[in-house]
Design a protein around this ligand. Sequence first.
Ligand SMILES: [Zn+2]
Length: 307
Amino acid sequence: MTNFVTITDVGPRDGLQNQATILSPSQRTDIIKGLAAAGVSHIEVGSFVSPKAVPAMAGASDIYQQLAADTQSKAQYQSLIPNAKGYELAKQAGAKSVMMVVCATETMNQKNVRMSIDDGLTQTKAMIAQGIEDNINVICCIAVAWQCPFEGKTDAKQVIKMATELSEAGAQDIIIADTIGAATPAAVADLMGQLAAVVPVEKLACHFHDTRAMGVANVYAALTVGIRKFDASLGGLGGCPFAPGATGNVATEDVVMMLHQMGYETGIDLEKLMQVSELAGDMLNQQIGGRAHVWRKLQLEKNQPLV
Ligand SMILES: [Zn+2]
């Protein structure tokens, strides 16, 4: 089992889509470049959704244009797309990787994309086929995989069925998302263990929100059953405009700190990452989340190393 853990920082999308302060495309690009310079290999940079529905994500094409000029970066950028129209916009902007969400409960899928789960799966499979033709990675996210704000506990069989179908259709990666941060470590180990038995484990990723302070524990639980890909958000930024009760993602620096101290590798420079989180906090004029920052400040005051 590999010791390397791949982190996708979803902060520039999941973290910024629902903030009181709306950042400009160039401010968001500065955060993305900072993350790439800190060694984050995968970054979710925006979404190609209607700017009327999610004003904070307007200007995704501008971000791609600015990133294309940054030839130093080796990071892979991905964007959320809701449908075929979003796919076309992402393709025109030069996106090489796109992410589509299908919710594991009917009510949430209706709220999110106004269609049934079956229609959502059909649409997503069509995008996967199109992506294979266009050489664009299509990543699939199964949202509310443990609990739904409208329907309560999610049926694991439904998540397993969806993940199996999407994997067989050729999805690059399948992200299993605890959209409202309601999963426990035991439930995570259970579902991810079952999924790893039927879907190639290297395709599976987890996406946790830290609503009930179990984000890092849930990452650990998924690690124990072989998961080596995680979404996280710098400074614990996050929330979903369509999921009541969703708060920030698990903080990337908390996850990276735990992983490094347990002997895993991520390729990320923790100190540089923390500086980017502070930059984002300054731009948003808010205190950043996660726990690692408090510890970092104390270590710096004592002139102690960040290990
Ligand atoms: Zn999320």
